[in-house]
Design a protein around this ligand. Structure first.
Ligand code: GUN
Length: 296
């Protein structure tokens, strides 16, 4: 079997086009959507992610503010900057790129972002809303995966879904979203006994572990839908430095029914969904402003 390729780049283009129309309508109504992106330090990978996010904003007509702060930034300084952005009515979304340097407590930073501007969906209020089945902002990567599955017409009700990885950014919210669509969900992680056995049961397998090519063909049920969230650099050999996923694409694509490529699968969808969340935030702010009584 040769798997169908789930083209995240193409779907992301469509979604970004829709966002551009929404941004233009809001701007015409007097509210240009605005996203603030904070990058602390000099991680080359984070710098690339942030650059791509800012570029996507520009293409969609969303105003972006990029704050690049030095590695030695204190937690107090970062929290003070977040307070300013929380209070700025021209900023509808705030994203603090993770990971942060060790002197900064990530959780305290995440909780300081106003839940109404938390376009990452990481604030405990938004995570709780997702958990209890009334999501407000959904984390961008798992949200993008759900859009890809929906677009491909994958039946989730009653399906066995296995998520490999339990991070707050991907694994846990991914499991909640699949559960909400009535899949039977298993979350696997580094202490899972017999990972391969769990994976082989999956009708839908989501790999989000950050280990190059660790999901191999023998771990995949024939015909399964395989979603690769990994973004790894090949450490050595003739392709050293090249981007690869958590899934051994060449082998698994011979067994799976459908598979996302790396690059061009989940990655572009993450950025598209960040725009969707930012538009959502701006539209809500605009509606609240329209509904508010005029100030004397
Ligand atoms: N680092 C890796 N993925 C993400 C993400 O989706 N949002 C933020 N803020 N940081 C990340």
């Amino acid at each position: 079997m040769t798997a169908k390729i789930l083209d995240g780049a193409a779907l992301a283009r469509t979604i970004r086009g829709e966002c551009a129309l929404r941004a233009a309508a809001l701007t015409k109504a007097g509210t240009q959507p605005g996203l603030a992106v904070i990058l602390v330090g000099e991680s080359p990978a984070s710098a690339i992610y942030v650059r791509n996010k800012v570029k996507a904003c520009a293409e969609a007509g969303v105003r972006s503010i990029l704050d690049h702060l030095p590695t030695e930034t204190t937690e107090a300084a970062l929290l003070a900057r977040i307070d300013e952005l929380n209070a700025d009515p021209g900023v509808h979304g705030i994203l603090v790129q993770l990971p942060l340097p060790p002197q900064i407590d990530e959780r305290r930073v995440i909780e300081r972002v106003s839940p109404d501007k938390d376009v990452d969906g990481f604030h405990v209020g938004n995570a709780g809303a997702l958990m209890t089945g009334a999501p407000r902002f959904v984390p961008c990567t798992p949200y993008g995966v759900m859009k890809l599955l929906e677009h491909a017409g994958v039946e989730l009700a009653g399906a066995e879904a296995v998520v490999v990885g339990r991070s707050n950014i991907v694994g846990k919210p991914q499991a909640m979203l699949l559960l909400q669509r009535h899949a039977t969900v298993t979350i696997c992680h580094s202490r899972t006994r017999d990972l391969a056995e769990h994976c082989r049961r999956a009708d839908v397998l989501v790999a989000a572990v950050g280990k190059a090519r660790m999901i191999t063909a023998d771990m995949v049920k024939p015909g399964a839908v395989v979603i690769d969230v990994g973004m790894n650099r090949i450490p050595d050999g003739p392709n050293a430095g090249k981007l690869c996923g958590d899934v051994d694409f060449d082998g698994v694509s011979q067994v799976a029914g459908a598979i996302t490529p790396v690059p061009g699968g989940v990655g572009p969808m993450t950025i598209a969904m960040l725009l969707v969340n930012t538009l959502e935030a701006a539209e809500r702010a605009n509606a609240a402003q329209q509904a508010a009584p005029a100030k004397a």
